[in-house]
Ligand binder design. Sequence first.
Ligand code: ZN
Ligand code: ZN
Length: 363
Amino acid sequence: MSDRRPERLQALHRKLAADGLDGLLVTSLPNIRYLTGFSGTSAVLLVTGGDAVFVSDFRYRTQAALEIGDLARIEIDSGSLWQRLFKVLPELSGATTLGFEAHVLTAQDAGRLVDAARPWRFGPTVDIVEGLRTVKAPEEVEAIRDAGEVATAALGQLVVSLRAGQTEQEAAAVLESALRRHGTEGYPFPTIVASGPRAALPHARTSRRVIAPGDFLLVDFGAVVNGYCSDITRTFVVGAPASARQVEVYELVRAAQRAALAGLRAGLTGRQGDALARDLIEAAGWGDAFGHSLGHGVGLEVHEAPRLAKTVESPLPAAAVVTVEPGVYLPEWGGVRIEDDVALRHDGVELLTEFPRDLTVLG
Ligand code: ZN
Ligand code: ZN
């Protein structure tokens, strides 16, 4: 795998220069991982025109050296990250106008920075590194595809073992154990297993509810490979043939997803992408039951830029990876969502998650 980090730092330097900044204090851990390869949970990174200084604590001395190498100057001691940072700051010649990540830093830490760092002037920035992360290199897309394969392999094990009479938590345990055995590094978000009327809650918490014959079962989960997430949803019927209404709602969501997968491509705005599925659901009279946006970016974080949403007028970049996840939710009755991950190309999409989408009865 080629080392993308030097070109990422160069792209960041260019962006900072264009924004009139001498440097950026990076405190988002996914951003630090993207720029340096460091995968630990405590660090700050100061990037200036001539320097990249990585500050962490004693626990990460060995790991930081291994993962970062000579890409950045590594500063580690037993004091706090901030104390160490304030010691390093005076050594940075020429860097006077610096940015911090206003969407990440707490107001308390931002205040500390603004007060203590004089004569350096720190000002707020938003989504600078996140913007770079939107466009994925081929190996990032492959990592997401690998994470998708781990997820679908685990889902394959759930569907053969699932029966009415099990609880949602038991189903989640089967799925999460299978994810581990297939190689996930962790869970990108709490696994959602929602049955019956609880499938109408788009972000349901997996509960002790016993899955009953004839229930919808909505499963939304993902895997992590090399730090990159997948995010997939399937909705099944359990233990009894689907009712006419279940078929109607399911087939509508299925058709909406099919239309979005067929029409989506780089260059559309987020709003146009969202409309590919939403128009169909609205035309069928269920527009009010599709209360979330069609999709979101996936990468080092499970929710990142860009978004496929009514409010987004900017064009979707090529090589972004997004979810396509239409849903219809009817309170007290149930809901259906079908979610896949795709890489955007100029002429369409490259599907990164493959699992049957036809309405399936389990058990
Ligand atoms: Zn999801
Ligand atoms: Zn999602």
